[in-house]
Write a protein of this length. Structure first.
Length: 135
């Protein structure tokens, strides 16, 4: 999580992905219920398990275990093109620039772009103005 729990009370959309905030952080989760009650916030829970957080979600998306990043990657360009995100924050303080390429593959636990000699993945350049991979 990149923000303080209290910030959530002002949200109008909350996404919980791969965690169970209602169970793991019951005191902090009260801000989710506050946002739902006072801001009419919508709660989306993306998790393979039906959890306590999922039980109060407006949308529950049960994905297969281990597919959370893969399932989120197609939304990244859409999020960037909208004005509904904090662009400067995302650009400077997140891993947004590590976008999955169109030639993405997953074979025997290894994603495409892995260099076994360097023991790390290629870094890709994201063109922030175009909202696409730079060539």
């Amino acid at each position: 999580m990149t923000n303080h729990w209290v910030d959530i009370k002002n949200a109008d959309l909350i996404l919980i992905m791969g965690g169970n905030a209602a169970e793991a952080h019951p005191c902090g989760f009260k801000w989710v219920t506050e946002a739902k009650a006072h801001n009419k916030a919508r709660l989306i829970v993306v998790d393979p398990r039906f959890t306590r957080s999922a039980s109060v979600a407006d949308v529950y998306a049960p994905i297969r275990t281990g597919t959370d990043i893969v399932s989120w990657a197609p939304w990244s360009p859409t999020c960037w093109r909208t004005t509904k995100i904090q662009h400067e924050y995302v650009k400077n303080y997140t891993d947004f620039t590590f976008i999955v390429r169109e030639d993405f593959t997953f074979d025997e636990g290894i994603y495409s772009g892995y260099d076994p000699q360097k023991r790390k993945y290629d870094k890709h350049t994201w063109d922030y103005e175009m909202g696409a991979m730079a060539s």
